[in-house]
Design a protein around this ligand. Structure first.
Ligand code: ZN
Length: 500
């Protein structure tokens, strides 16, 4: 195969891959937003069908040969092509290690598992999900043995979501978080709490929806290349930069839930919408890692959305939408209510300070699962509950509010959770260096978010998968990821709010 033929082969297969991926993404969108219960099985089978097509592309002899040819003539490739070839070889090698029937079986299993998990959670009964979860974990163990690993077996899964990450690095990171955060929470627990009842009045849902749309626009979400819908669990899906979809959720008594879901998902969407045109349609027009994706949603949710300066312009607009409910609540009190620190059971509703501990717990549970092949599936709820007692001092009363609360395991996403905490901490690292060139506080206060978005686009978004997570982080200030910026930020912010 000549160099030109190899290039054509890669291009042809990329186009096919994009079409199949688009079909899978569309079915996923439908499954999450509107598929009736009895339609789920057929949809899942269709995902299995398209996954098999993808498997065949990635593992075909011709395709793998083309990659080899290109890899041996790297000097003739552009920087973008080099990275595409590197990542394609890595993906293809990995996929080829999984036997085809297992690859398809696993895709179908995880597509179906979501509804099993949802039923178990609704009925508050772990045993409904236990068997399916056991099968998913068995697959994961097999995949680990196929992929191979150095050090801890969990490493094989962790680096799927965060290139270059390992148990050794995560242990250090989470230990730093525990050392700084646990004592801070203990100090805060002795301080008087603000009453948040006012936030749980009835807030008209249609008005919340209108406000969410306004808010997404205010953050520069581009509605010509995206839409905002509704789902039980908010998420972002992107086909490419020209079609990025986000969802939010609305409950009359939970005003902040819709606001922060919308801000969080808008942060994800801005990453997807602002990738460079030079990588459009290539393998690189996806996030470089889940941690970096989460750094963008957390940047908007926490560093912008939970900052009082942001609300100077936005709160009057919210008060105008909910005159009767909010006119008596001052900006200062509204800010303190949204930043109340309270150990709780549900990760997605956790405050900024206790949130990382929810991730520590999932990380430790997952690590235990993969270092302990003899661990019984039925012991997991007990392990989960004991860690909530240990780190957050609370008793888990039901599986729905405990081990069944998150969807991830039903999708086979083991190794994913650490990226939530990493991303949250990356955001503070980014802000630390952003402040060297931008007057972040003044821009927030003026409601001029464009320069902030431009900085993120220039340093993160435009590259998509072109640079590794550690390269992106390092290039901000010629410094490796430093979790101290995150813990310093937390200490400063919450000491001020609680007058410590
Ligand atoms: Zn997120």
């Amino acid at each position: 195969m000549t160099f030109d033929e190899a290039k054509k082969c890669l291009n042809d297969n990329t186009i096919k891959r994009n079409h199949f991926n688009r079909a899978i993404t569309l079915i996923c969108w439908d499954l999450e937003t509107q598929t009736p219960a009895k339609g789920v099985v057929r949809h899942s089978e269709a995902i299995g069908f398209f996954s098999e097509k993808l498997y065949k592309i990635f593992t075909s002899k011709e395709y793998r040969h083309a990659l080899e040819v290109l890899n041996t003539s790297r000097e003739n490739l552009t920087e973008i092509e080099k990275r595409i070839v590197t990542l394609s070889i890595k993906n293809s090698d990995k996929t080829a290690k999984i036997p085809q029937h297992e690859y398809v079986e696993f895709s179908e299993l995880t597509a179906l598992a979501q509804s099993v998990w949802a039923e178990a959670r609704e009925k508050n009964d772990f045993s409904i999900f236990a068997h399916t979860l056991e099968k998913i974990i068995e697959f994961q163990r097999k995949f680990i043995s196929y992929f191979g690993f150095e050090g801890h077996p969990y490493n094989a899964l962790v680096c799927e979501y965060e290139e270059g990450m390992s148990v050794e690095k995560l242990d250090d990171f989470f230990n730093t978080l525990k050392q700084e955060i646990v004592p801070l929470i203990a100090r805060i627990s002795k301080e008087p709490q603000i009453n948040t009842e006012a936030l749980h009045q009835k807030f008209d849902v249609d008005t919340q929806k209108k406000f969410s749309k306004w808010l997404a626009e205010y953050l520069h979400f581009d509605f010509e290349r995206g839409l905002l819908a509704e789902s039980v669990h908010p998420f972002t899906l992107h086909f490419d930069k020209n079609d990025v979809r986000i969802t939010s959720r609305y409950h009359a008594e939970l005003l902040l839930s819709s606001i922060f879901s919308t801000i969080h998902e808008s942060g994800h969407a801005l990453y997807d919408q602002n990738m460079g045109d030079d990588i459009l349609g290539t393998l690189l027009s996806e996030e470089t890692s889940y941690g970096i994706h989460e750094s963008q949603s957390r940047f908007f949710e926490n560093l912008i959305g939970k900052n009082i300066l942001f609300w100077k312009k936005v709160y009057p607009k919210l008060q105008e939408s909910f005159k009767a409910e909010l006119s008596d609540i001052s900006l200062e009190n509204f800010y303190r209510m949204m930043n109340i620190v309270e150990p709780s059971l549900i990760r997605v509703e956790a405050d900024e300070l206790t949130y990382p501990l929810h991730i520590v717990i999932r990380y430790e549970v997952e690590k235990t699962i993969f270092e302990n092949p003899s661990l019984s599936i039925h012991d997991l709820p007990k392990l989960w509950n004991s860690k909530y007692k240990e780190y957050l001092g609370i008793d888990v009363q039901s599986d729905s509010e405990g081990i069944l609360q998150d969807v991830h395991w039903s999708g086979g996403s083991f190794g994913y959770f650490p990226t939530y905490a990493l991303g949250t901490a990356y955001a503070s690292h980014i802000l630390y260096h952003m402040r060297k060139t931008l007057d972040f506080d003044t821009l927030l206060e003026k409601g001029d978010l464009r320069p902030i978005l431009n900085y993120l686009t220039q340093n993160i978004h435009q590259y998509g998968g072109l640079k590794t997570p550690s390269e992106l982080i390092f290039n901000l200030g010629q410094e490796d990821f430093n979790p101290k910026y995150f813990t310093d930020y937390l200490k400063e912010k919450f000491s001020k709010i609680y007058n410590l």
